[in-house]
Ligand binder design. Structure first.
Ligand code: ATP
Length: 228
């Protein structure tokens, strides 16, 4: 699903964000990416979505070599992934269901399919009763559920989450993690950047730790901290 071959990223100001990183993430995996602030985690996500290009090496997502992609093929790549952010990024003037529907409208999906899919994903994330609410009238956890629904409504193969529980209290964070778990069980690969030790330790999934732009730990069923 994801492959990085000897990838380095040096920003224009000389910052080395990733330094010879190679890793493979298979279809259907659930992977946490952890590491101190400035370690290179967000850069890794940006390389997967073509927001940044690597300075060296190759990045593959679902067989597509991202760094060689023509600009006009980027929307095609992005359709294969859903992205969820710490700050939700919902459209404030659209209701929950309109926010989710919008992701299908931009790819010109048929209206009936949109209606059905939106209902199904809101159900999946546990938000049916709030379909007509505006973001400002939803709690942080509910807003994040809308954002997750929006990220998966086009059935991506890969769901990327950048600190999805960073603005949520511990109990809400656990509930949100259950939603990710459910989506993963349905076959979607999940890649999650987080600083939340409790959640990582609770989930017992693969943990990739980045430090100074290098992968310093890659552990199946790992915890937030290095046990050794
Ligand atoms: N657009 C940019 N231009 C220059 N340097 C950058 C840019 N983005 C990130 N960096 C630098 O690259 C390094 C890695 O940053 P990155 O944002 O990937 O870290 P991170 O692990 O996501 O950090 P955090 O946990 O704080 O979000 C840092 O030294 C950062 O200052």
């Amino acid at each position: 699903m994801i492959e990085l071959k000897n990838v380095s990223k040096v920003y224009d100001n000389g910052s080395i964000a990733l330094d010879h990183v190679s890793l493979h993430i298979g279809k259907g995996e659930f992977v946490f990416v952890v590491g101190a602030s400035g370690a290179g985690k967000s850069t890794l996500i940006k390389l997967l979505s073509y927001e940044e290009l690597p300075s060296r090496g190759s990045v593959f997502v679902n067989g597509i070599e991202v760094n060689k992609l023509a600009k006009n093929r980027v929307p095609y790549l992005r359709r294969k992934m859903g992205i969820v952010f710490q700050d939700f990024r919902l459209l404030p003037n659209k209701t929950a269901q309109e926010n989710v529907a919008f992701a299908m409208e931009v790819i010109e999906a048929p209206r009936r399919l949109i209606r059905r899919r939106v209902r199904d994903v809101l159900d999946l994330v546990g938000l049916v009763g709030k379909a007509d609410a505006l973001p400002k009238n939803l709690s942080g956890g509910e807003q994040q559920r809308v954002a997750i629904a929006r990220a998966i409504v086009n059935r991506p193969l890969l769901l990327i989450a950048d600190e999805p529980t960073g603005n949520l209290d511990p109990e809400t964070s656990r509930d949100i993690m259950e939603v990710f778990k459910k989506i993963n069980h349905m076959g979607t690969t999940v890649l999650m950047v987080t600083h939340d030790k409790t959640l990582v330790d609770m989930m017992n999934k693969r943990v990739i730790e980045i430090d100074g732009g290098k992968v310093v730990r890659d552990e199946q069923k790992g915890g937030y901290d290095d046990e050794n």
